[in-house]
Design a protein around this ligand. Structure first.
Ligand SMILES: Cc1cc2nc3c(=O)[nH]c(=O)nc-3n(C[C@H](O)[C@H](O)[C@H](O)COP(=O)(O)O)c2cc1C
Length: 160
């Protein structure tokens, strides 16, 4: 096993599909964040709850995904773009671990807004980490897209 972790939150599976592709191509260990309780699959209900949580900086309890990260040096972290930032379970994960000197590579799926503020918000939460350029996918990912992005990361020093 290499020292790469691919951790993600996903409600409707788009981000999960991207995470699966990244894990397959990097050989990284896949880990899903599941909050307790999870959000509603009804958009309006979820949107109301998410807006409220984001405005308060609320960190939901994680039912799954909160195991230690000490064995990993490079951590891909993925989320849907929710109101321009990452989903609250990702904030819970970031707050509960020490990312000092670890390399973080963000990824997201979105409905047209790209990363929004997600990359900035990662830097704010993890000021002592190194960052490499992430990938933002609208809808379904193409595996070649991930391949060429990983090639660029390799040129910037990522070792797979
Ligand atoms: C509550 C909520 C808020 C969203 N806000 C945004 C947004 O601000 N910008 C955007 O481009 N997409 C937004 N979307 C669309 C999602 O980012 C997009 O559908 C994403 O691929 C869903 O990922 P998932 O399938 O892993 O849950 C939002 C979706 C939801 C449910």
């Amino acid at each position: 096993m290499n020292n790469i972790l691919v951790v993600y939150y996903s409600l409707f599976k788009s981000t999960e599909n991207l995470a699966l592709e990244i894990a397959a191509q990097t050989g990284g260990k896949l880990r899903e964040l599941i909050p307790d309780p999870n959000y509603s699959f009804n958009y309006n209900t979820a949107a109301k709850e998410v807006r409220n949580q984001i405005s308060k900086g609320f960190c939901p309890k994680l039912r799954s995904g909160n195991e230690t990260i000490v064995d990993y040096q490079t951590i891909f972290i993925g989320s849907p773009n929710w109101f321009k930032t990452f989903a609250p379970p990702v904030r819970s994960f970031l707050r509960q671990h020490d990312f000092t000197r670890k390399t973080i590579i963000p990824f997201c799926t979105h409905g047209g807004g790209g990363f929004g503020q997600i990359e900035n918000d990662f830097v704010k939460e993890c000021p002592k980490s190194l960052f490499l350029p992430g990938i933002a996918v609208n809808g379904t990912v193409k595996s070649e897209e991930v391949t060429s992005w990983l090639r660029q990361l390799a040129m910037k020093g990522l070792r797979l």
